[in-house]
Design a protein around this ligand. Structure first.
Ligand SMILES: NC(=O)c1ccc[n+]([C@@H]2O[C@H](COP(=O)([O-])OP(=O)(O)OC[C@H]3O[C@@H](n4cnc5c(N)ncnc54)[C@H](O)[C@@H]3O)[C@@H](O)[C@H]2O)c1
Ligand SMILES: O=P(O)(O)OC[C@@H](O)[C@@H](O)[C@H](O)[C@H](O)CO
Length: 455
């Protein structure tokens, strides 16, 4: 029998709890933790108890193989495989009993999250969206003294911290790992707002005992396919339904205090720094901004994946034009930024990474304002050409009107309202919502027609 996915050594203790057990977490934070654990006796290692958002599938798959899974790293040198052993317990997000139990464990020092940008449940002003039906349902649930059916990340974390405070086991650090600027302060604000509603004394305790670390994260990790699973079978002889395929490039920058300790992530190349902002903004604008442009304009042109869209010279030219708008408004040295962009061309073209544009297209209402609009505004104010950025906005308007990848957005209703009617009216409303000079309406309409006309 092939015992590749059987644990031969003692499991490390749970010291990290993760919310959002998806593909990226398994390619990134779990990989860094696995590498940091290497060479340490099991008792000194950091084990992770990971929770899905709600579904049970990945948790069941991982539990069936003792938390072990195959990570395939695929790039120019061909694929290599590694069994990752840092996840020691996997739970469906609906298992609130396990969630609270782990958070009361004095050995647990860190909560990491990958719950998507929309998962932080921010309202138009940036704070916790108290009008969100799921947030309201969660707050009503806790008001009734119940903790066993919570759905949203902010209330789940606040409720876990409440249990921890009641258990008297001290503070911990929350480490959000989603692509949004200032993810530490964002997580702090929504968790504190939820804690305040649970109990003002809890909010004060969180303020004094819980730190929120800001991170910039990078590793392109698409949703695995049946073909990926077949590749793992060929390479290892094992059928691993929980396998993940990722690229060789990996980056993690972290700034903030770890009040109860952390793994030696630096051993695996993570950068512990004072300020992640220059790296975070570079990545968010150049990588994620280009991804969003590709997702909308590329899918309208009939492409299915990032690599397909980048093979279309016209679309690749649009990406370069976006970088030309963004680069002058980033703070790192221009040569370093141009090198990063050149490397992105190869990363995007990696044929082994089938990254679906439809997956990246999700939640544009949350993403465009943070990855495209700030550079657009800065370029416009400086009197520079903004076409590269405006095209992304134009393509999103078309997408929200039904072109290209299907609209999947936590704010889909609001998006549809914004873009209904004549195209110029739709563009005008979108520019107003994102505080972009309405004088750019005519040019945005022309760029939309250009993208659409070449569908
Ligand atoms: N995939 C990547 O290449 C990549 C790279 C960098 C950062 N990220 C960040 O990680 C996030 C997740 O990406 P992924 O590829 O792992 O996606 P995924 O779909 O594989 O996993 C997402 C996980 O988050 C959970 N989730 C979704 N919405 C939630 C919510 N509202 N509340 C709580 N949990 C929720 C899901 O149930 C799932 O467990 C992205 O949105 C992005 O912010 C991804
Ligand atoms: O949902 P998003 O857009 O935040 O993420 C989709 C991709 O752009 C993203 O996952 C990148 O692959 C990743 O950010 C690379 O590090």
């Amino acid at each position: 029998m092939n015992d590749r996915l059987v644990r031969h050594t003692q499991k490390p203790p749970v010291r990290i709890v993760h919310l959002g057990l998806g593909n990226f977490f398994r390619a990134h934070q779990a990989w860094y933790t696995h590498r940091a654990n290497e060479g340490l006796p099991p008792q000194e290692q950091w084990g992770i108890a990971a929770f899905t958002g709600r579904s049970t599938t990945v948790a069941e798959q991982l539990e069936a193989q003792d938390g072990l899974y195959t990570l395939v790293v695929d790039g120019a040198d061909g694929p290599s495989t590694e069994v990752i052993a840092s996840i020691v317990a996997a739970h469906p997000g609906t298992d609130l009993e396990a969630w609270h139990r782990h958070l009361c464990d004095p050995a647990v020092a860190i909560v990491t999250t990958t719950v998507t940008e929309a998962g932080y449940k921010r309202g138009p002003g940036g704070g916790l969206d108290l009008d969100d039906p799921d947030v309201r349902a969660d707050l009503e649930e806790v008001a009734r003294g119940r903790r066993d059916a919570l759905r949203t990340a902010p209330v789940r974390i606040a409720s876990g911290l409440q249990a921890r405070r009641e258990a008297g086991v001290g503070g911990l650090s929350v480490v959000p790992c989603d692509n949004l600027p200032g993810n530490g302060p964002v997580a702090r604000e929504v968790v504190l707002a939820a804690a305040e509603r649970l109990d003002p004394a809890l909010a004060a305790w969180v303020g004094d005992n819980v730190s929120f670390v800001t991170t910039a994260v990078d590793r392109i990790t698409p949703r695995p396919t049946d073909a990926d699973r077949a590749t793992v079978r060929e390479l290892t002889g094992v059928d691993d339904p929980a396998c993940v395929v990722t690229e060789p490039f990996v980056e993690w920058d972290l700034a903030g205090e770890f009040v109860a300790g952390r793994p030696a992530w630096g051993k695996a190349g993570a950068v512990l720094t004072q300020d992640v902002r220059p790296y975070e903004t570079r990545k968010l604008w150049l990588l994620n901004g280009a991804h969003s442009l590709l997702a909308y304009a590329g899918s309208i042109r009939g492409h299915e994946t990032v690599a397909d869209a980048m093979a279309d010279p016209e679309v690749a030219g649009w990406v370069q034009q976006w970088w030309d708008v963004a680069v002058p408004h980033l703070v790192l040295p221009e040569e370093e930024l141009r090198d990063y962009a050149r490397a992105l061309v190869d990363r995007f073209a990696n044929p082994s990474i089938r990254h679906l544009l439809a997956q990246i297209a999700a939640d544009g209402m949350q993403k465009i304002p943070v990855r495209i609009v700030p550079a657009l505004r800065a370029a416009h104010e400086a009197g520079q050409d903004t076409d590269g950025a405006l095209r992304a906005v134009a393509a999103w308007v078309l997408h929200a009107r039904g072109a290209g990848a299907p609209l999947t957005d936590a704010a889909a209703g609001r998006a549809r309202e914004l873009v209904e009617g004549d195209l110029p009216d739709a563009v005008r409303r979108v520019l107003a919502r994102w505080q972009i000079d309405e004088a750019l309406t005519g040019r945005t309409v022309e760029l939309a027609q250009e993208v659409e006309g070449r569908r």
